[in-house]
Design a binder for this molecule. Structure first.
Ligand code: RP5
Length: 168
């Protein structure tokens, strides 16, 4: 059974998609319904604002917004919805992503953007899932199981490295 609320993955350009694909893969793995859109804050500001204004009534529970350089997309969406917005700064441009990181994270009081690492698409999806899981016990259980599996994998790697080091 899928989760009730959808996630949106919105990017400023189709050139951001190779990075954002990791978010889509993660959401799909957890059976979270999502839509992917290219919607620029600068090149189509009215459409981006309209999307954010209608997002809650269109069934979205969280928005992931990615952009590079003067990365205003996440902030522009956040300005038009009270749904949580997760910003993904995209690497590239003259400052190699630092410009996008600061443009995304340095929001004025009252309009937050939960900003992940530069190119942190996977963590954006994990954070979105954690937000949706607050009202979705199936998803919460899936996330707990995934954490346990992750810990088990690391424990196996720990054992392997320790065995290899001991045999030196
Ligand atoms: C940003 O400018 C986009 O999010 C992208 O990261 C960057 C370059 O866009 P393109 O010129 O490749 O369309 O708005």
């Amino acid at each position: 059974m899928q989760t009730e609320k959808k996630a949106a993955i919105i990017m400023g350009s189709d050139s951001d998609w190779p990075v954002l694909k990791a978010a889509a893969v993660q959401l799909k793995r957890w059976e979270i319904p999502f839509e992917v859109r290219v919607m620029s804050a600068h090149r189509m500001p009215e459409a981006a604002a309209a999307f954010a204004r209608g997002a809650a009534e269109n069934g979205f529970g969280v928005l992931i917004a990615a952009a590079g350089m003067a990365a205003h997309l996440a902030g522009a969406l956040a300005a038009n919805t009270t749904l949580p917005v997760i910003g993904v700064p995209i690497k590239g441009g003259a400052a190699d992503g630092l410009d996008a990181l600061l443009s995304t994270v340095q929001m004025p009081g009252g309009i937050p953007v939960a900003t992940v690492a530069v190119n942190g698409a996977k963590n954006a999806a994990v954070l979105a899932a954690q937000m949706l899981a607050l009202a979705d016990e199936r998803l919460a259980a899936v996330l707990r199981a995934d954490r346990e599996a992750m810990a088990k994998t690391i424990a196996e790697k720990d054992a392997a490295i320790r065995a290899e080091a001991a045999a030196l």
